[in-house]
Design a protein around this ligand. Structure first.
Ligand SMILES: [Zn+2]
Length: 62
């Protein structure tokens, strides 16, 4: 089951258009792209956390 991205009504998996409002639903290619973007964002955040957790990379000048 999925939910319409526009009106939020439930519809079966694989539905191309919402039967309640007619809005086009994201297909598998778009879902794959969104998953890839989510992985990239996750990797980027891990990288940022690793840099913050390592104080020896910061230069101290005093
Ligand atoms: Zn809808």
């Amino acid at each position: 089951m999925g939910f319409c991205v526009n009106c939020g009504q439930q519809h079966p998996d694989g539905t191309k258009f919402c039967r309640y409002c007619g809005n086009q639903q994201p297909g598998e290619p778009l879902l794959q792209r969104l998953r890839m973007e989510a992985q990239q964002i996750h990797a980027y955040r891990l990288q940022m956390q690793a840099q913050q957790a390592n104080p020896y990379q910061q230069q101290r000048r005093w």
